[in-house]
Write a protein that binds this ligand. Structure first.
Ligand SMILES: Cc1ncc(COP(=O)(O)O)c(C=O)c1O
Length: 397
């Protein structure tokens, strides 16, 4: 039995944490490359679902973490630390907002945004107690908590977990008329992924995000952009809403905010929204801890150079150009923006991702027929071209 087989058998026997992983065990990582325990190298075209935008083992981020590891890493919520103020100020500035509420996982930040919208709805908008509704979209993926899966339309995510949290209405993604029809005076928030990641990199019709913004403004409702996967450079801009010149009331961030080192998430909004929380009303043991803040600050500093947004734009244009030239009998559609693509195949995507793995490229299928590509933004153009050459080979079977 190889070391890989032994490790895989242990996780198959003992783990209930089932993400349908590609069957490899990573021992080392560098930039866009991963090495398994047998020494085989793979080009990572998945970037941990966009959590590793700035590359595996990014030296700036690793150094920021190491520096903080030699200092204080965790404090109780009873007192502050020297990374907290700068982190929240710098993140607020990046988003053009006043306030930040740091959490850890993406789902926690989404929960925080939902609580924000409800509390804001009751205390600021004046919705009668217990009457608030929040609108979400078909195909959404916002995490795995009991409330979040209550408005999922994916049976795998939702079934067998009821009773479900009430107070959500779901409308088709991209349908502004349906959104308008679903809104009423008790609508406190519209929760939207500017591009739906887990659903297969679904880009809404042009003008849709602007329409959502206008409807929210007209109705006095918070537009809440879940940029956990689409944000922080992935699509060629810092936030995906920028492609339509839209500014949401609330940003939800996660994944790449932790630099591929640890979970860091946050809700970012103006004071008249996030200011509804008073001391003791919401929080988290680990949210905004010194190590998380130190890494998050370095991520923000990296984003402020604009280098990775630019890489995503130019390499992304190349990626989409090449994907667009794949044979139509094999590929039905290519969606996405920047270094992010959903390749809709004419058959199941899993065998293609397995063939790609044998060829040294890691990419993952989603929803049967979609192959998802989201390499770290540090990927070299020659490596990207090589991965696309492998994709052509894998598609031909
Ligand atoms: C758009 C979006 N929101 C929320 C989440 C949940 O984040 P986490 O897995 O960190 O809880 C994800 C995860 O894939 C996501 O893509």
């Amino acid at each position: 039995m190889t070391q890989t087989d032994q490790l895989r058998a242990m996780s198959e026997d003992h783990s209930a944490h089932n993400y349908h992983p590609l069957p490899i065990v990573v021992a080392e990582a560098d930039g866009a490359w991963l090495t398994d325990v047998e020494g085989r190298r793979y080009l990572d075209m998945l970037a941990a679902y966009s959590a590793v935008n700035f590359g595996h083992g990014n030296p700036r981020l690793a150094e920021a973490a190491r520096r903080q590891l030699d200092r204080v890493t965790l404090v109780s919520r009873a007192f502050d630390h020297d990374q907290f103020g700068p982190f929240v100020a710098e993140l607020a500035e990046l988003c053009g907002k006043d306030m930040v509420l740091p959490m850890n996982s993406g789902a926690e930040a989404v929960e925080t945004a939902l609580k924000t919208a409800r509390k804001w709805g009751y205390e600021v908008k004046g919705v009668p107690a217990g009457e608030a509704n929040i609108i979400t979209f078909e195909g959404n993926f916002h995490g795995r908590t009991t409330t979040i899966i209550s408005f999922s339309t994916d049976p795998d995510a939702r079934d067998s977990y009821g009773p479900y949290t009430p107070g959500f209405r779901t409308v088709p993604y991209g349908d502004a008329e349906a959104l308008k029809a679903a809104m009423d005076e008790h609508t406190v928030g519209v929760l939207i992924e500017p591009i739906q990641g887990e659903a297969g990199v679904n880009v809404p019709p042009s003008g849709f995000l602007r329409a959502v913004r206008e409807l929210c403004t007209a109705n006095g409702t918070l537009m809440i952009a879940d940029e956990i996967q689409s944000g922080l450079g992935r699509t060629g801009t810092t936030f995906a809403v920028e492609h339509e010149g839209v500014v949401p009331d609330v940003y939800i961030l996660g994944k790449a905010l932790g630099g591929g080192i640890m979970p860091v998430s946050a809700v970012v909004a103006d004071r008249d929204v996030l200011g509804v929380f008073k001391p003791g009303q919401h929080g988290s043991t680990f949210g905004g801890n010194p190590l998380a803040c130190a890494i998050g600050r370095e991520v923000i500093a990296i984003l402020k150079t604009g280098e990775y947004q630019e890489r995503s734009r130019t390499l992304g244009a190349h990626l989409h150009d090449r994907l667009g030239r794949l044979p139509g009998d094999l590929v039905r559609e290519v969606r996405g923006r920047g270094l992010w693509a959903g390749v809709e195949l004419n058959g199941p995507a899993r065998p293609v991702s397995e063939r790609l793995m044998d060829l040294g490229v890691l990419a993952k299928e989603t929803h049967e027929t979609t192959l998802r590509l989201a390499p770290p933004l540090v990927i070299e153009r020659a490596d990207l071209d090589w991965a696309l050459d492998q994709l052509e080979i894998a598609l031909k079977g």
